[in-house]
Design a protein. Sequence first.
Lengths: 278, 282
Amino acid sequence: MTLVRQYLRSLLNARKLLLSTFLLCFALMIYTPFLIIVFRSIGRGWFGRLWLPPEYTLDWYQWAIEVTDIVGITKNTLIIAALAVIMATLIGIPTGWAFGRRRIPGKELLMSMILLPRMIPPIAYALGVAQIFYRLQLIDTHFGVALAHVAVCAPYAILVLSATFEGLDERVLEAASVCGAGTLRSFFHVVLPLIFPGILSSMIFTFTTSYNEFTLTLMTYGKDTTTLPVRTYLAIGEGYWEVTSAMSILLIIPSLLVLFLIQRQVAPEKLVGGFKGV
Amino acid sequence: MRRGSTRRTVLVTLLMLLPGLAGFFGLFFYPMMVTVVRSLRPEREQVGWTLEHYIRFFAEPRARDVIVLTFVLSIGATLLSVLFSILLCLVLRRKPRGNRFYRLTMLIPRVVPGLIGALGLLLLFGSRGWVNLFLLKFVPFVNEPVTINYTIPGLIIFYFWLYFPFTAVTTLSTLEALDPAIEEAAGVAGANRWQTLRYVVIPLIMPGILAGSVLTFMAAFGAFSIPLIAGGNYRPLSVEIYRQINFTPARWSAASARAMIMALLQVAFLTIYMRILRRPTA
């Protein structure tokens, strides 16, 4: 009897072990690529069959900063992302409000139309955007690159904000007006605090989207508007893996910060799904 | 009075919708139309209509390879994502220790720029990367580094790594919405664990899995940065498009024609997929 029990218990333990091994492998699968970038960026003379670099150095970071003008490129990236966030939010607030609070005939259809840019491969309309921007001389301007980003950022903003406005309870507004709040007062003291988290999360979504955007940037950038993803791509092409790794580490920090900041506030799943159904 | 206010409401709604619509038409619809028109114009000319770019593309013997490659990569990655996501979500559903950590881990590939993910994977799977070191050391009969980078299976792994979160997240949320009472009922009715999984749980979460896999498929089909740096000689449609405008002089029309083919193929595939998805489960 005890033998059977022991056998069963060991079986259970084996199951548990299997599960933990599986989860460990999963974590390794996700994190090792970054780990190897980190080691590559601080290692020197890492050749042959070595598990870890024999020497450590910060030279590659110095290279990355000096040779590739990473400060200027970061500035470009941030300016463009900020412009894209502002434009996307300015588009998202009114349109999200209309979607969330008003009865619109064919709302579903209209919404899927607005989300279309997220479903068609970006390269397809990036071609058109590039041709239009060449004509309008918007290529290689911060505003132009940001405007191109808005094409993918705005759908996100509209989606998140329409959900926010939809969640706004009519009764709260009524209560405010019953309590004697005027339109302005109820806007600043009731509506704004309620929708602020939504606006914030929409801004964070659009920021990461723009910060990481590659395709549309590649089609509209110039030498004065190189962004970090494009620079990384160029560096990969140049073949200096160590310097590229150092640059990637610098590029990745803000994304991880954003992830860390928002995972408490917004359901992190939203970052990926973005929209329910298709 | 009443009618006046209704009209005002409609007007305000329209006005509020305007920025969104302007953005959609200005930054998506109009560029799309420019792409369509460009694909039908002779190269570097503003007048005249022609189908030569489409015909020329399909006449190339490589055209079929390119299209097949694009589908093989995206469908392969999607299948892999579905299998892996089901497994992962079934494990995560039991809330193992470090549950929150693994959930966050799941999102990493989507938050980090794809280029960097691809760079890390290239380093990891390279001939001197950790994967090959591991294989050489611990797996018997592996005496030479295995070539993974710049091969089709390698690309599928890369795509999978980058795009599986779409499937995993939707699967997990569907799985968690599932009422545990249903499984208990299956257990009471005498189904063992495997039968419960096979005949009760999987069919019930299938819609979620399919919806997630659509997202993975779309992302993989349109993937551009990954095959650009990690594809080597394998160029799916997106890279093929980019290559056309990198010629001097740029072949905008040829690129546009390929972009149209790509968009149409994706829409066609999605329509078929959705048909299957919407069909009442057999």
